[in-house]
Structures are given as C-alpha cells and as structure tokens.
Unconditional design. Structure first.
Lengths: 388, 159
C-alpha cells in the first residue's frame, strides 16, 4: 500500500491552497448570486486577433516554435516595450515568450532562488508570489503595504526588511487586488534603496496598460535598474487573451539565458497558435486596448462613486480593474462581511485576507463587469450595509 | 464627449444624467445641456424600449418588403417614401442601392394582415413597379439586441 504522506514533496504538500478557492466553491452551490469576483476581462479577444490565430491553424502552423518564441513576436514585444514604456531589449537574447504571465513569474523565481534565499513580497498582492517562492526553495519575506499609503511600497519599510540573504523584490504594480499604482517618483525612491545592492527586481507589469491616472512607468527605465530588473508581463489583461496563455519576460541577457533553460526543459515552446495571435495583437491592437481601457475607466469612476455614496470607504484605484474597500470599518472582519453578504444578500466579493497580510479588513471588488451588473451588486451591498 | 455620450445612451437609454456625469467625468449640468442640445437638433431622435413580443400573448408578424419603383422626376423617391412611411404599420423605410429601391419593414397582426397591406396600400401606389414580401420567421438579433438567451458568464477561476 502506497503511503502518500511519504511519497510526496513536503514542501508542496505544506503549500496552502488559495483562500479564494473555498469561497468560490461556496458560491457555485448558490443560485442567483450577483458576483464581482473574477479577475479576468469580460471582453472577448478582439476579432482580428482571433482571426490571426485561426488563420495560422488554417495555414498549418502547428509545430513547435523556437524555444524563446517566434522571432517576429519577440521583435514586436521589444518594439512595444520601447514605444510604450521606454525600455529596450535585444529580441534575440533578452525576451522569452511564456505560457502566460504565470509561467514568467515562476521561471523567474526558479532561475534566481537558491535554498533559503529571501524574496520580499509586498502584500496584499496576487496569491501566487509567496507559494511560488516557497516551491522554488526560497523564503517569502512579507512587506505589508497600508491603506494610508494607498498600498504603495514604503521605501523605509523595504530597507528594514533587507538582509544579506535578500535576492529579489517583487514589484506588482498596477496591483491586484488593491488597484494601486506607483509613479515614477515613488519608484525612484525604491530604486535609491536598491541601487547599491545586488538585489534583483521582478516587476509584474501585467496590468500596465490598465493605468487610469498618469501613465505606467516601468522601474527598468530608471537609472541603475535595467540591469537588475526582470519584467514579467503578458497579453491576458490588455488584450482580453486570458485563455490563450500568452506572456513574456524581458531581462538582461545573463538572466534571460538562465530562465530560458528552465523554459526549454519544462515547456519547450509556448503555444504556437497563441503566438501568431499575439503578433497581430501587438501590431494592430492599440485601438482595442484604448477602447477597453476607456470602458474600464468609466466603470472605475462609477463603482468608486457608487461605493462612496453608500458609505463604503476606499481609496480611488488608479490601475488594474479592482477596488479594495475597507469593509472592516463596519466592525466585521473581511471574511465575515463577505460571508454574510453572500448568504443573506446573494452578492459575492472576495475577502481581502485571501491576498495576504494587510488585506484582512478589506474586500476585493472587480469591475470587469457591465455597468448593469455592477449596479445590481451595489444595490445588494447597500441593502446589507444599511443593516450594519 | 458628445460622441461618448451618444454611444452610452444608445446602449442604455435609461442612464440618468447623474450616472452619465460620473462615467464621463463631466459636470452633470454639462451633461444635461448637451443632451438637450442633441435632442433639439435631432441627433437624439427618440428613446424606445426593445420588446420581444414573442414572449407575450400579442400576435405579431414582421415582414421585409423589397419595393421596385419607376424613376421619379423632381424629388426622386422622397415623395413615394413619404407616402409609405406615413403608414403606422410601417416601421422602417430605407432607400437602397442594388436590385431594388426601397426596403420597407412592416409589422402586422398576421401574414394575412400584412399581405392585405401590401396589396391594398403599397402595390397600388403609382410609382411602385413590383414588391417582394419576405416574412420574418424568427429574430435572433435586432438593432444590436440579442433575442436569444445570452451565454452564461463562464468565468470563474481565481486570478
């Protein structure tokens, strides 16, 4: 008889399942729930991008591509990064096309972390960072960001966490779940802390296009930062291509070379059909991004105002498509609030505790939904809040 | 702003000036004024509710009629079009390129009703050479609105 407790990796077994999963499972057993929970766009991939994918299949493009991705795609990525964010990379040596931003983050960790290395992870943030750091043998060091700071990284707090074992800082802006961004000036302060160290930065810029105030600044464009920054990004949010699983890494050649090894052995090459669609997206998708961002922006204003008018406090989110209201102000924990809102008022929002330390009194509300749907949810939230 | 405003109202005529003001990041007074201007100059023609009558007891049939006309002097087809569109059962009249001249959409209680309209009102018009009546069997989509059950929101994974 197999003893699974002895057969499986203890590191993996001890990695916690996400807190959202439990909540989602609960939701799926109920009828007529109006939810603002998902983290993916409600748009479909623009037709011309889908067509490019379909056409590549019709033309029989079903083989592996180069490990790092089609050269044309890498060139388009480089051109895009340069024209949008003023950072330059060599498509031959410094770009890898990955299976979503998720694989990008994973192989970045695996190429950098040795057993016991520390990686500073700001929270609240996307659920994958700490578990992936642990799975790579590292130690996640939590940097709690605060509502009062609009959930930006405090350079002093960062400094205080640096030890001789610190290998990397994760920089997830624009941020899921808080909707926070960091401006050029604010990033410059972080750069000052890191400039004379050997610490790398993993900049998760998947929501870069969804910036509503000012424009997105990549830390790689700041002095002394390019040499240490790995940019992880992708097509999921900007082009509504979540299911295509298309992401990319941009990093200096010495780092990219090592990440490519892992990608080579673990993945071979990213899905070919998706790569052809991605080329079309970068070439001709700028207007589509603009249309979607304008729509998100409208909804952002609408939901921020809507919550304010019913007495639910949040700061105005400036990026991504989430708002992170302080529902703890009503005396319940984030989880209690969300549970009662779900059970009694059939409205689902995600408890902030699922996103790490600092999120316990908050909830993540997604506005990747139509105005009609958002209005319905706000009505139910209002009905609940009135009773508190 | 006008363009965006029109696009939003076209999607949902029930958006209030207060809601529009938030969505467009523009003072409510400006929104009200702009709407009034657009109504006055005929850019905004009307606000209607779109109803799927098949879901009610009301008997209703729609027909699309292709009308061929003899060439007209002076105002061309305008006079004929006017005569036709003045009938309340006529829902749309379009001047078309190609094989026929006018496309006329008519709503009646039954196919017999519509056939009566064509033979008694439409065909006798002097300028009308011929008509071809096509009955709508089923509406899938009309004026941008889906008549089918919308697809369920399949999104659900954590991210």
């Amino acid at each position: 008889m197999i003893d699974y407790s002895k057969a499986l990796s203890k590191t993996v077994v001890s990695t916690e399942k996400s807190g959202i999963r439990k909540f989602f499972d609960l939701m799926s057993t109920m009828q007529d729930v109006v939810g603002l929970t998902v983290g993916e766009p409600d748009f479909q991939t623009p037709w011309h991008i889908r067509e490019a994918g379909i056409e590549s299949l019709e033309r029989g493009k079903t083989y592996y591509t180069a490990n790092a991705g089609l050269m044309e795609l890498r060139q388009e990525i480089v051109h895009y990064m340069s024209r949008r964010f003023d950072v330059s990379y060599d498509p031959a040596k410094e770009v890898i096309v990955t299976v979503g931003g998720s694989e990008a983050i994973d192989i970045a960790f695996r190429a950098v972390i040795e057993a016991g290395d520390e990686v500073i992870v700001p929270t609240p943030s996307f659920v994958c960072y700490a578990p992936l750091v642990k799975l790579a043998g590292g130690v996640p060091v939590i940097l709690e960001t605060k509502f009062e700071d609009e959930f930006k990284i405090d350079p002093e707090a960062l400094k205080a966490l640096i030890t001789p074992r610190t290998k990397m800082l994760v920089l997830p802006y624009p941020n899921n779940p808080t909707g926070a961004i960091m401006t050029r000036e604010e990033l410059a302060e972080i750069a000052t802390v890191l400039r004379d160290t050997n610490i790398l930065i993993l900049s998760d810029e998947i929501y870069a296009e969804l910036t509503y105030v000012g424009s997105h600044c990549s830390i790689a464009s700041l002095e002394g930062m390019w040499e240490r920054t790995i940019i992880a990004s992708g097509f999921s949010k900007a082009y509504a291509m979540t299911g295509w699983r298309m992401g990319y890494l941009c990093a200096p050649a010495p780092i990219a070379e090592q990440m490519l090894k892992i990608h080579q052995y673990g993945i071979m090459s990213s899905p070919t059909t998706a790569q052809f669609a991605a080329i079309e997206a970068l070439k001709n998708g700028d207007d589509d991004i603009r249309t979607m961002v304008d729509e998100y922006n409208r909804r952002r204003r609408y939901i921020y105002n809507g919550l304010k008018s019913i007495g639910v406090e949040s700061f105005e989110p400036k990026g991504a498509f989430y708002i992170f209201p302080k529902i703890g102000a009503f005396g319940l924990s984030g989880e209690e609030f969300c549970n009662r809102l779900l059970y009694d008022y059939k409205c689902a929002i995600v408890p902030g505790s699922a996103f790490g330390k600092g999120g316990e009194k908050f909830a993540r509300i997604s506005y990747a939904y139509s105005i009609k749907h958002i209005t319905q949810a706000l009505e139910r939230i209002e009905a609940f809040v009135k009773t508190l | 702003m006008k363009f965006e405003l029109l696009k939003l109202l076209e999607q949902d005529a029930r958006l209030t000036p207060a809601q529009l003001s938030v969505m467009l990041d523009c003072p409510e007074e400006t929104v009200r004024r702009t709407i009034a201007e657009l109504e006055a100059n005929g850019t905004i023609l009307d606000y209607k509710t779109i109803i799927d009558w098949e879901k009610t007891n009301k008997e209703s049939v729609t027909a699309i009629i292709e009308v061929k006309l003899t060439p007209q002097r002076d105002r061309g087809f305008d006079r004929v079009a006017e005569k036709i569109y003045n009938y309340p059962e006529v829902k749309s009249v379009y001047l078309m390129s190609g094989v026929y001249d006018l496309s006329v959409v008519v709503e009646g209680k039954s196919m017999k009703d519509i056939s009566f309209f064509v033979s008694q009102r439409l065909a006798p018009i002097e300028a009308v050479i011929s008509t071809a009546t096509h009955f709508v069997l089923h509406k899938y989509k009309d004026t941008g609105v889906l008549y089918e059950t919308p697809e369920q929101d399949e999104r659900g994974t954590l991210s």
